[in-house]
Design a protein around this ligand. Structure first.
Ligand SMILES: Cc1cc2nc3c(=O)[nH]c(=O)nc-3n(C[C@H](O)[C@H](O)[C@H](O)COP(=O)(O)O)c2cc1C
Length: 212
């Protein structure tokens, strides 16, 4: 059994890991992370997910091409934040996403997560998929693998579905490159919890301890 990490450590160190080494991802690890995904909650326990595991270099290349086109037509058109951007995090995130846009096919594995059917009852489409996606990424993190949730391919969804023989009534929700991460990752930059929690009424914030 591989050593893994505590759930809070996995949550606190989960980053968008967009650069991976050539080291292959084992089938065993893939089963483990996808099984973790299938443990997620879903509306009415319908479990509308499927996972298409893509290792074939030619298929990855095709998907990578659609992905890069989608990038070029959206974020790629925006002025890139300068390397010494005052918001360094933003500059880094842009360059990291830009790198992925040009190297998606280099990831040893791509996992396409799909949903059968649209939203159900009061649940919006996707709400029964993203808990599974998060489980998958946390499990990958716990095994020392890097991953990123991506959605840009959806600009070319019809083409990508055709490539993967995905039926008409199935929608692609997220494309997750998985590999052994390259680079160094600090903690996620997030707005402090104290600023996003309201107590009793919208807008009422306080520190962790009521007296603060
Ligand atoms: C719904 C959703 C869609 C995303 N789509 C993309 C994407 O298409 N390409 C990409 O590089 N990152 C994508 N991301 C990753 C976010 O950019 C990333 O999680 C965010 O910048 C935080 O990064 P960090 O955890 O490294 O701080 C997506 C994230 C979410 C939740």
């Amino acid at each position: 059994m591989k050593p893994t990490i505590d759930v809070f450590e996995a949550i606190g160190t989960l980053r968008a890991m967009r650069r991976s080494s050539d080291e292959p991802v084992s089938d065993d690890d893939l089963w483990t992370i996808i099984e973790a995904a299938t443990m997620a909650p879903s509306g009415g326990n319908r479990q509308p997910w499927n996972f298409v595991v893509i290792r074939d270099p030619e298929t990855k290349r095709h998907i990578g091409e659609y992905y890069r086109r989608a990038w070029d037509e959206t974020y790629g058109k925006l002025p890139a934040p300068p390397p010494s951007s005052s918001d360094e995090g933003l500059g880094r995130a842009y360059r990291s996403a830009e790198h992925l846009a040009h190297h998606l096919a280099d990831a040893p594995v791509l996992i396409m997560v799909t949903t059968r059917g649209a939203g159900f009852g009061t649940s919006p489409t996707g709400s029964s998929i993203f808990p599974a996606v998060q489980n998958l990424m946390l499990a990958a993190r716990a095994l020392g693998l890097g991953s990123t949730i991506t959605t840009l391919h959806r600009m070319y969804e019809a083409d990508v579905k055709k490539l993967l023989a995905i039926p008409d009534d199935v929608e692609t929700m997220a494309l997750i490159p998985v590999g052994h991460p390259r680079g160094r990752f600090g903690p996620p930059r997030r707005v402090p919890v104290e600023e996003v929690v309201f107590w009793e009424k919208w807008g009422t914030t306080r520190g962790r301890k009521p007296a603060e």
